[in-house]
Unconditional design. Structure first.
Length: 271
């Protein structure tokens, strides 16, 4: 049975769905351009262990950010304090894919003593200077995004060239083209980036909190991923060993592939 709920915060609302009835809880945060259904392919594995709460990030799905300021850490913490209280959740695990990695690592950072496990899949949030940081800091970003909204052919050509050069597969090419196919979709790019701008925790603090609270760590990264490459995990693998890293022979869209499902199921059955 799937239940849909909203957290109302000031003038905004955060949508999530709940599945399963296991005692343990996991919160899942999707990638750019997706929604709370991003995890449907791996849901059978997750439901063997957890009650799953899957969220729509702000400016995605049914979640809306209507405040006159960027999402701050105080906003973030207040929203999830409300969520935990309304659902009587004391301890939890957290999973983030791609852009959702920023939400997952921020949640751990803000609620570390309540976090049991962290799963990161091709996730942002471990290093600075990913595309979110670059675009959120450039003075000319609004002009760049504005040009892209009105004239997308240059970027589209680059995506297609990546496919022809073997840098991405056909499925990935189709995904990136579809997510930016209309002017309305492209116009959301800047808002989505700015809403995650402040969700980047210092990697030293993240490492310390994971170690201090004995949080189990699982990293799943594609060996052919050019968007969130394996090298982003360097700080965590250095601190906790290569055993926490699961390299998948795939690209950034591994979230939709059987190899990831197999890897996650293997981790869950080892417990």
């Amino acid at each position: 049975m799937i239940e849909h709920h909203f957290i109302t915060y000031k003038n905004s609302r955060l949508h999530y769905k709940k599945e399963g009835d296991a005692q343990e809880v996991i919160l899942c945060f999707h990638g750019y351009g997706w929604n709370c259904y991003n995890f449907d392919y791996i849901m059978p594995a997750l439901l063997t262990k957890y009650t799953v709460y899957s969220f729509d990030l702000f400016a995605h799905g049914e979640s809306e950010w209507n405040e006159n300021h960027e999402l701050s850490l105080d906003d973030f913490k207040n929203i999830f304090n409300q969520f935990f209280q309304s659902n009587s959740i004391i301890t939890f695990s957290v999973l983030g894919y791609s852009l959702g990695g920023r939400w997952a690592t921020t949640l751990l950072h803000q609620f570390d003593i309540h976090t049991k496990e962290l799963y990161l899949i091709a996730a942002d949030g471990l290093q600075e200077l990913t595309i979110v940081d670059i675009l959120s800091k450039l003075k000319q970003t609004n002009k760049i995004i504005g040009y892209f909204i009105e004239h997308p052919n240059l970027v589209f050509g680059g995506i297609k060239m990546g496919y022809y050069l073997g840098m991405i597969d056909k499925e990935a090419m189709t995904f990136y083209l579809e997510k930016n196919a209309t002017k309305e979709k492209r116009a959301l790019l800047m808002k989505r980036i700015l809403l995650c701008k402040n969700l980047l925790m210092p990697k030293e603090e993240l490492t310390l909190k994971i170690r201090r609270n004995n949080i189990r760590l699982h990293l799943f990264y594609g060996t052919h991923d050019l968007i969130m490459p394996v090298m982003l995990t360097a700080t965590l693998t250095k601190a906790f060993g290569e055993k926490v890293l699961h390299k998948i022979d795939d690209d950034h869209l591994l979230i939709l592939k059987p190899k990831l499902l197999e890897a996650i199921m293997k981790v869950l059955t080892q417990k």
